[in-house]
Design a binder for this molecule. Structure first.
Ligand code: ATP
Ligand code: MG
Length: 249
């Protein structure tokens, strides 16, 4: 089942005379429980794609369909409820609150939503992430890898259906990065979470069920597409993607 879809998604940034097509007509769908890596060169539009797909940013045009429902009619409040209850976010910087302990950071979004944390579930994710010993620690007393594991626990504490991650191992050394990836994979499998993960690290991308490559705001290859679409060079696949998006206008 497709949990999340986007149709002809576009995002333009205008600054003065300049107009940048950061996302240039992307149509794709993500299955529940799938781990999809999004790769591409710096400036290709990976983060913009993630932000628009997750409604952190408003697309210029195009539709996003979550669980069979178009988000076009959703107002800002409905979108923020959707993000809070159904989506999780992990970024390159951990964004933990310095004054709060690891445990307080993990349950904060749930408390802000005036919900009661599911203690059993939280206990389980803390166990999987191996941070039981660190729960009373402040972020400043934890290593980068530990902080990122707390950030992951916080991102999934609300039992999201889709986890969006933007270079989650970007600030970590190779060993911690590998550990964080292993834990992420274990967690999405155990809790059937869809993971859409931006990375420029092919070692990380190769662990995914599916790899999407973005170039100039377009999908130029997608390993879930039939072979004839992706077996060619990026240039030919790029043409395919272009034809697709113009065809849908
Ligand atoms: N807020 C913004 N205002 C104007 N232009 C932007 C904005 N955000 C992104 N862009 C532009 O959109 C394009 C895509 O940027 P994006 O951040 O999505 O790239 P990226 O693939 O994530 O790159 P990186 O790998 O370096 O993180 C770039 O040309 C960038 O300069
Ligand atoms: Mg980026």
């Amino acid at each position: 089942m497709n949990i999340l879809e986007c149709k002809n998604l576009r995002k333009e940034y205008v600054s003065g005379e300049n107009r940048i097509s950061a996302i240039d007509g992307i149509s794709t769908a993500f299955e529940q429980g799938q781990f999809c890596a999004v790769t591409g060169q710096s400036g290709s539009g990976k983060s913009t794609f993630l932000h628009n797909l997750s409604s952190l940013e408003k697309p210029t045009s195009g539709d996003i369909i979550y669980n069979g429902k178009s988000l076009l009619g959703y107002n800002d409040n409905q979108l923020s409820v959707l993000r809070r209850r159904r989506f999780g976010f992990v970024f390159q910087s951990y964004n933990l609150i310095a004054e709060l302990t690891a445990y307080e950071n993990i349950v904060l979004p749930i408390m802000l939503d005036r919900k009661k944390p599911d203690e059993e579930y939280i206990k389980r994710i803390i166990e999987v992430l191996g941070i039981s010993e660190r729960l009373e620690h402040l972020p400043s007393t934890m290593s980068g890898g530990q902080q990122q594991r707390v950030a992951i626990a916080r991102a999934i504490a609300n039992k999201p259906t889709v986890l969006f991650a933007d270079e989650p191992t970007g600030n970590l050394d190779v060993k911690s990065g590998r550990e964080v990836m292993e834990l992420l994979r274990q967690i999405i499998k155990e809790f059937n979470i869809t993971l859409i993960l931006v990375t420029h690290d092919m070692n990380v991308a190769s662990q995914a069920d599916r790899i999407i490559t973005i170039e100039d705001g377009k999908i130029v290859s997608d390993t879930s597409e039939p072979a004839e679409k992706t077996e060619n060079s990026g240039i030919t696949s790029g043409k395919n993607a272009e034809t697709l998006s113009t065809g849908e206008q």
